[in-house]
Design a protein around this ligand. Structure first.
Ligand code: F6P
Length: 376
């Protein structure tokens, strides 16, 4: 199998992130120019695999994309084993296998986050030669030091905190910046440290409104009549965090499909009820401190636009390393970033795992030392 790889498919799946095109380019240039492989790109992630929609990627298609944001291939959040057809989930693994065989694809390179690693594992289990690469602005993929997209989003969120500082200061306001990150606090904590946020709230440390109020009042007493709060989208107060965790445990404990469906509905309702948590916190802080409070949701601005230099380098390193691994016939792996190098990590180790911020992480200790409130 080692030297047999002639034709490779590549796709981007899950939420987009800056650096996807740089990986496609890094992989493609190495695979085509150094190893004489042919490359095709599936459109819109798993959707293109299932629907057999693809485009030939040659030298010209790979030119001029290093610096561009988004993905030239398009993306989607579909799951290969729970693909929605007429509103019902269906297992499309066999269809994908058939499509890949018809196209004579020897290896499939999948750029994505945790969900994509699970999709890749499903395909690996039926014998598809898959290689996955760690993409996400959330930095929550296990067994990799970092993921491409994170550094760029960190810059964007830091820049936002910088800008919010001057306006919060001028108006003597509390400004809460809601930052992405799914259930992980990396982006909020990193940008909070870099931007000098006065308070950083992350999912890993459930917060108490009283503790945040104390921090803000202490600042007022010292003459700082404003505060900037970096709030992770997944951060919750202790009660909401406990409710959410209990609802998740119900899903895990469900023994029958009916119980599972009911638990999932309950979890969705709990999540829905907590959706406006940053606005709720702003109202609570305004009442408790007497300072006007405002919310800025950074949202998709964090995922859009050109990748920063660090992400371009990381993406190019990972993409070229993935081509080397495909050439060497190493499959069923995530191409992880490890120090200044890369490492092939078995997908069964990665799939289903999430990398949260450990509560004894150096970034947390660092934030505390400079007096940043963490809401606990
Ligand atoms: O995983 C990246 C991410 O941007 C998360 O930070 C966020 O929770 C989620 O995607 C948003 O997903 P969607 O694009 O489906 O709205």
């Amino acid at each position: 199998m080692t030297t047999a790889v002639k034709r490779v498919g590549i796709l981007t799946a899950g939420g987009d992130a800056p650096g996807l095109n740089a990986v496609i380019r890094g992989f493609g240039k190495t695979a085509i120019n150094h190893y004489g492989m042919e490359l095709i790109g599936f459109r819109d992630g798993i959707k293109g695999l299932v629907e057999n929609r693809y485009v030939d990627l040659d030298g010209a298609a790979l030119s001029g994309i290093l610096t561009t944001g988004g993905t030239i291939l398009g993306t989607s959040r579909d799951k290969v084993h729970k693909y929605i057809v007429d509103g019902e989930p269906q297992n499309m693994v066999a269809t994908v296998q058939e499509n890949l065989e018809k196209l004579k694809i020897d290896a499939l390179v999948m750029l994505g986050g945790g969900g994509t690693a699970k999709n890749a594992k499903q395909l690996m289990d039926v014998g598809v030669n898959v290689v996955s690469l760690p993409k996400t602005i959330d930095n929550d993929i296990a067994y990799t030091d970092t993921s491409f997209g994170f550094a760029t989003a960190l810059e964007i969120a830091t820049d936002a905190i910088d800008r919010l500082h001057s306006t919060a200061h001028s108006h003597h306001r509390i400004i809460l910046a809601e930052i992405m990150g799914h259930r992980a606090g990396w982006l909020s904590l990193g940008s909070g440290i870099a931007g000098g946020a006065d308070i950083v709230l992350i999912p890993e440390i459930p917060y108490s409104v009283d503790s945040i109020t104390d921090t803000i009042k202490a600042r007022i007493a010292r003459g700082s009549t404003f505060s900037v709060v970096a709030v992770a989208e997944g951060a919750r107060d202790s009660k909401d965090a406990a409710d959410f965790q209990a609802a998740r445990l119900l899903v895990d404990a469900a023994k029958t499909p009916e119980a599972h469906r009911a638990a999932k509905t309950h979890l969705a309702n709990v999540a829905d009820a907590q959706r406006e948590h940053t606005f709720k916190l702003a109202r609570e802080l305004e009442a408790a401190t007497g300072l006007e409070s405002r919310v800025t949701i950074l949202g998709y601005v964090q995922r859009g636009g050109i990748p920063c230099a660090e992400d371009r380098i990381l993406a190019t390193r990972l993409g070229t390393a993935a081509a080397d691994l495909v050439k060497a016939g190493e499959f069923g792996i995530l191409v992880a970033a490890r120090g200044q190098g890369t490492e092939a990590v078995p997908l069964q180790q990665v799939a289903g795992k999430v990398k949260l911020v450990p509560t004894d992480h150096d970034w947390i200790k660092t934030a505390r030392k400079v007096g940043t409130g963490l809401g606990d």
